[in-house]
Structures are given as C-alpha cells and as structure tokens.
Design a protein around this ligand. Sequence first.
Ligand code: G3H
Length: 540
Amino acid sequence: MTLGKDISSLYPSQTAIPEEFDLKSPVVQASNLVDGRLDPWRGEMQNVLSPVHLDLGSGLAPRLIGSCPVPDAAEALTAVDSAWKAWDRGCGRWPTMRVEDRIHCVGEFARLMSEQRDAVVRLMMWEICKPLPEARAEFDRTMDYIQDTMDALKDLDRASSRFVVEKGIYAQIRRAPLGPVLSMGPFNYPLNETFTTLIPALIMGNPVIVKTPRQGKLLFGPLLEAFREAFPAGVVNVLFGDRRIIEPIMRTGKIGVLAFIGSSKAADTLRLMHPKPHRLRCILGLDAKNAAIVMESADMDLTVRELLSGSLAFNGQRCTAIKLVHVHQSRAEELVARLGAAIGTLPLGMPWDEGVKITPVPEPGKPAYLTQLIGDAKAHGATVRNERGGETALSLFRPALLYPVADTMRAYHEEQFGPVVPVAPFTNMDTPIDAIIESTYGQQVSIFGTDPEKVAELVDPMVNQVCRVNLNSQCQRGPDIFPFTGRKDSAEGTLSVSDALRAFSIRTLVAAKGTPGNKELLSNILRRRRSNFLSTDFLL
Ligand code: G3H
C-alpha cells in the first residue's frame, strides 16, 4: 500500500532500478528507415526523457533515455518518394506481388520481431510507463494480431480464388491495394495501435510511411532491421519525427490512405492538407468519452470491479476508458464509497514494480490539466471522494474520484484521458440518455444492471449512439475479431482483423463475356499462371 507515503518518494534512485529493466546507457537512435536504408541521420536530434524521474539525492530529475532524429521536410519527402517508388503507380513489385508471397514477408517479419520482445517492452516501460505485464501484453497481442491478419487474408484470398459467372459474364473479384499509406499511432498503445493499421495496410499491398507517436518512439528502433530485412526497399519507411513533417507529406498528394489515431481536430486539419481530399481514404480513431450507466438494479461488486479497471487501467489513458459514470441516485453513495475505497488500494509506482497500477503519465502537461479539471469541478460543487485523490508529484498523479459531477462542469464533457473518474448522479434515465445523444463522442457505453426489462429499454436507444454497448462489463476494443469503430467525432472506418483488410484495399474485378475466345484466353492465363490477380490457386 502506498497511501501513507509522500507520492514523490515513489521515484527511484538509480540503484533501486532492477537491473533487468534498466537501460545500460541512453539509446541513440541514429537513423530513420527510408527506402530500405538506415543511413546515419546528420540533422537535428531530439533528447527523449522518461516520465520516470530519478531521485538524485539533491532532487528529482527526468531520466534521459535516449535520442532520435527530428527529420525535416526534405527527409519526409524522401520517404514519400521511396514509398511512391515502391508503389510505382500501382505497378511496383509489392502491390503486384502474389498474396502468398506478401504473407510470407509478413511472416518473416513477425519471426524477426518476436526476437525483440524484451527490448521493445523495456523501452515501452521507460517511454510511456506502461506497467510490465501490460507492456508484455501489448507486445504479445500485437504478435497475435499479425498472425490473425495473415490467417484472415488467406481466408479472404481463398474466397476470391474462384470465378463468379453471372448473366454470361465471367469475373474474378479480388481486393487490390490503394497506394501509399501514412500510419500514425498514439502514445498510449504505440506498438499495437500502429501495427493494427500498418500490418493490414502492408499485407494488402500498400507501401507505408510510419510516423512514430509523440511518446513511444524509441521502441520502434529495435524493429527497424526486421522491417528492412523482411520487406522490399521502400515498402516500410519509419520516420522518428514530430508533427511538422506531416504537412509536407500530405501536400504531395501521394498518400492514398491516412491511418491516424488522435484528436478529431487534428484529423480534420490533416485531411484538408491533401490537394485532392476525395482521393484520400481515412481510417481514424479519434476522441471518446465512454460513459457507464449504473442502474438501480446493478450488481455493485461487479460494477465496482469493472469501473475500477475500466476507468483507471493504464492511468485511464485508453481511448476506450470509461470517462464518465452516470449512477442512479439511489445507488450513488454506495458506489462512490466503494469505488473510492477500491481506488485507494491501487498501488502507485514505477512500471516494473510488482503489482503496480498507477504510473507516471507521459504527457508533459497532463497533471496540470487534470488539476484544473478538479478545480473546476470543485468550484461547481463536486468534491474529491477518495483519500488524497488528485495529489501530484511531477508526472505522478494519484487518481481522483469526483462526485457529484454535473453538466456544468468540464469533467462532464472533456475527454480527460487520465486518472480522474467523474461520477454524475441521476434520478431519471432520460438524463444519461440525453447526455449521450447530445455528446460529440460516439464510441462505446457500459450498462450496469440486472433487470432485463430496464436493460433492454436502454440497449435500443444506445446502439444508435455508439458502436458497442457493453453489458455489465467495461468498454474495450478486443477481442480483435470484433468490429472496433465509433460514430460522430470518435472514428471513421472500422477496424478488426478482417475489417482492416477491407479498409486498406478496394474491390477490383476482371470481367469477360463468356465467349469461346474469352474462355480460351482466361484458361490459358490461368493454366500458365501468367497473372498474379487472375488465378484460381487455393492458398493452403
Ligand atoms: O486506446 C485505445 C485502444 O485501442 C483500446 O484498446 O480497449 O484493448 O485497451 P483496449
């Protein structure tokens, strides 16, 4: 239990860091991956500081964990040229390669990537302070995603390996790539969310430029050799840049798909940078403020358990986190008392500490922002209902349970993306329903209740507001075969293992009237395996 300690005493001294998780020296990421080359970067470099501060005896200081390139517009344009060359107006080796061969390259990459698990996990702990078991889970889940994607593409290809005959026309319908993809993942799932767009984009035949997240950059370093080895030059390009490189990339008009996880405001700006926005497909994961509705009939043991993890896993830094709890007035005091007590049991500490749940937050301004939200809520009549909630020391922030929260408060509307849990009481079910209808967000909702009639009455209006209604469980993305999307300002496009293959491709067909001449032509092409598209080969 850490409640008794001064929160700043949780920062370790150098000698208290377990050797197996320490970085022997700062990691110098000396190159971007462009056109299949890891040329030494000669331009501006950026220091990467950890949210972990070290106790130096004389005070606390953020640990320097490495440095990486700050590519300029020229480097960004070289990456575009490289992806454009690999695409070669749709005629390049990668976009025209047989599906089987692309799957082979991705499989080879996965084999090489699996060897980098410890290095990636260690950097993930240092860069974004994801607790060790969760960092390992993110890596493993990503490996599973790659395998599942390869399997899903085999299924898709098998279904397309036959001709369709309709009204005397013979056609083979397949999915074809769209062109160079710009993939930008978020800091909270820097590996997994980047890869859930990168891998389907690649395997469908699109060259990709990855811009690493704001935090969670260095962990891409151990994977660069694997990308270089497994894929033809120019097919995967990785830029360790900041947002300044995006505009020159988009302005070229050579990006066919924008895969972006971030704010809706940024997504709107990015899309308009493309000279022909109608040519740009957007796959976007955006803002969310998922609500929980706790009904009179809720099973409180289960509800508290799910809310605790649903709102505070990884410090509440999940797009799917529960960010507002509506509770029926008759159960409000009970919920607040129990949830507040449960929050008090969450261990704070460093990401490698056994059982740790709350760790330093990587966004530099976040503790100050959360403190403002709490101040605003207090000024409008709420209080912090858990012991020492909202206490901060640099990047550490003790979770705060705010009650009673009302729609006059910022915490009711803003996506806090951090460890603040606003709880709003209601007496009439119309209050949470209207709030969700009026909200600009539309990702998921969680309903806690055991009365079938009342739960069903709530399900029907909710399914038209959000894209996943969770019954008696927290909001979440997985399992990855389920569709993951949102309405309004929360998303564009649907991701799941199989949906993502569709998102990064377009249906294209070759059709011919069934004349004797055409039949002979098609048979000859198929028999002699003259085309990679026109083929009845069945992938085993
Ligand atoms: O941050 C958004 C993630 O995709 C959520 O995934 O629900 O599995 O934590 P998760």
